[in-house]
Ligand binder design. Sequence first.
Ligand code: T1G
Length: 705
Amino acid sequence: MPENKLVRFENIDGVGVVTIDNPPVNALSPGVPEGIIEAIERGNADPAIRAMVLIGAGRSFIAGADIRTFGNRPPPVLGKRAHDALDASQKPVVAAIHGYALGGGFEIALASNYRIAVPSAKVGLPEVLIGIIPGSGGTQRLPRLIGPKAALEMIVSGRHVPAEEAHRLGIIDELAPEGGDLRQAAIAFARGVADTKPLPRIRDHDEKLAEAQADPGMFDAMRKSIARRARGQKAPYHCIQSVENACKMPFDDGIVRERELFNELENSAEARALRYAFFAEREVARLPDIPRETPLRPIKTAAIVGAGTMGGGIAMSFAEFGFPVQLLEIDEDALARGLARIRSTYETSVKRGSLSTAEMERRLGLIEGVGSYDDIAQADVVIEAVFERIPVKEEVFKKLDATMKPGALLYSNTSGIDIDIMANATKRPQDVAGTHFFAPANVMKLFEVVRGAKSALDTLMTAMDLGRKIGKVSAMAGNGDGFVANRSRTPFGTEMIILVEEGALPEQVDKVMVDFGYPIGPFATADLSGLDIGYDSRQRRAAQNPNYRKLPIADHLVEIGRLGQKSGAGWYRYEKGDRTPHPDPEVARIIKDKAAELHIAQRNFTDEEILRRLLFASVNEACKILEEGKAYRASDIDVMWLNGFGFPRYRGGLMYWADGIGVAEIYRQIVQWHQRYGERWAPSSLLRQLVETGTPFRDAKPGGR
Ligand code: T1G
């Protein structure tokens, strides 16, 4: 038998140490499961071996099956799976966990007899996040180990559970000292259990399943509780079904049924789209024109200029990930309001139980309000988050240039103002770039890094890395009006209002997008963020471009004080203290009157036409962005829509969804609308090229090359 380079077996004084070595995360790529099976069988056959340890080389235990192989995975070579070999082992196997034990990796640990871990490790079954279910016994073993209720929560959420919590739950048998020698600790543990008979096997213990007999409604309760967020998806429901099976069937029958449910999903559209999103969010970190080894500037401390809603949310993002952050506001009252808003946001989370009081105090302890630029001069990075007015921005960057220590990074949270305007207000434009957060900044994951004409490579690379360090998904964007994310979204925003001019109602458009998978509709979203924000940017665009297509109905709502939720009325009306949008006949009347005034004929719309008008408009703009080289790849734009605009993840993203319809059909439709509606539907030349060459959006090259 040729030596398996991915799985090593060593006899350490009678303990067989099985090391999985498949960087970067020891995924169960072809050869790894086979190597584990061979090692376990070898240990059982070798009289010199009394017990075994499973451990991962490098930074992690096993992060699960190799996702790259999904859709064309070879059947198990040895006709059995690692967890079968573990179940059959006559000698104890100890899983020694550091880094991650996820998916199939965690299932191997669950099939082992014992689990020890360092406190910083994380375990979990995140399969639902890629549109499948655990397929190697996780849905049958975990409920037997921790009870069906706790198992349901872990499997349906897919969350990564810290080792200390897993220890409290009874998943981890022993916590090894952090920074100690896990391998040695595991070998010692294995020696200690070497003579244990019978060996503890989770599959043999049904006691905890009694919880389901006592509360048979728990499965339907879980189905009900996820109904809103799992709309249109199968995997979460298959997870619940498989755990329910565990409580109603013998172990081996449950395993067979688990595999059947898994096979139903492996190649589903939902699973393929979620896999695409998984890899797109890794690909977005690769910057073709910036060397990976570009040195990063060290960031230990941060400062935010402007304690408004965005500034406060940004400060909270830094505090959440342990960065001391100063919040600068010259006006004392404004600073007090900003700090109070942060505290009340935390208090709401504590009330909801999503944050502990101790954690709130820890984070508040990291946020310091200050009143002068001198106070922040020593910060490693400063992010400006003041009003979106050019003169105000220039003033701030002049002050930062005069105050900040040499080498400090000067970033702007502007959502669309030319970065070079801020850079040119300083004598150190190489240290300036855009770092665009999305509202609410402490919640939305997207972190758009905007490249100025003079931004240095380390300024950009450090920004990309900083985003990841504060729990965001960083994506690079070229400079220009609206950068990439907002620019690609703007035609969607314009088209939705023009549809209303032509006769669709806000509630109809919102229903179409909610049915498509959005958490809430675009008109309700606009009311949430405030209609004055859109109004300001439309005024700015109209001032810059005389041919700009005005939106009189939307402007009129703002001019009569309907600003959205914050004024109790916008596209919808709101009851006092309630955020539920109620269709408002007053809005329908305003729309009718304005359309008549503008001589716009009104008509009925099919849901499909509404969906296409909104999304095709943005697909066309995305092609123009790629054409101009303002984004590296179509999948980056998808990452932005998934993490910045709530695009339904199980649809992969705007461009991935568009590829599902096909370049030719989208082009045909856009050409038709160009003839009907004019210039705003002028097809991008890249789109035409893609049709001519039969190239899908995913392979579109920046600059159309
Ligand atoms: N398969 C293939 N490649 C993987 C991988 C996996 N499972 N996990 C990570 N990678 C690659 C990733 O693409 C990247 O590559 C590099 O590793 C570093 O990852 C039977 C069927 C483990 C928390 O869903 O959540 O088991 O870009 O940048 O931020 O029931 O990766 O460098 O070329 O994300 O430190 C279940 C998926 C599979 C876990 C580390 N497992 N991975 O995060 O690094 S289904 C998962 C993650 C399954 C069984 C079923 C994260 C991580 P590259 P990274 P990170």
